[in-house]
Unconditional design. Structure first.
Length: 101
């Protein structure tokens, strides 16, 4: 089991924590990997920071998209209303509708 059972408890906890953070952040394990507990702790903190920053960015992007959709919704409703009145004018023999309407 990768020698985890032969190490001190703190060292095993750090290695398992690093593996968990690496898995949760979907970084995966590559050719470059930490070899000491200090490197694993720093790597874990970087991974957690990366996930937090990515979540923050995605949340703001989502808010921007909803705001953009909200702004466009008013335009789309006005455009549909304009098309509706244009269709009524065509059925009315291209006669303009009364202004009060």
């Amino acid at each position: 089991m990768f020698g985890i059972l032969d190490q001190e408890q703190l060292s095993s906890i750090i290695q398992l924590m690093y593996f968990a953070f690496t898995t949760l952040s979907t970084v995966g394990l590559g050719d470059m990997h930490p070899r000491s507990d200090e490197e694993r702790l720093i790597g874990s903190m970087v991974l957690l920071f990366g996930v937090a920053v990515t979540s923050f960015i995605m949340e703001n992007l989502n808010k921007m998209l909803f705001k953009f959709q909200e702004i466009n919704q008013n335009f789309e409703q006005d455009h549909k209303l304009s098309q509706f009145f244009g269709t009524i004018e065509r059925f009315n023999g291209d006669t303009k509708l009364p202004q009060k309407m």
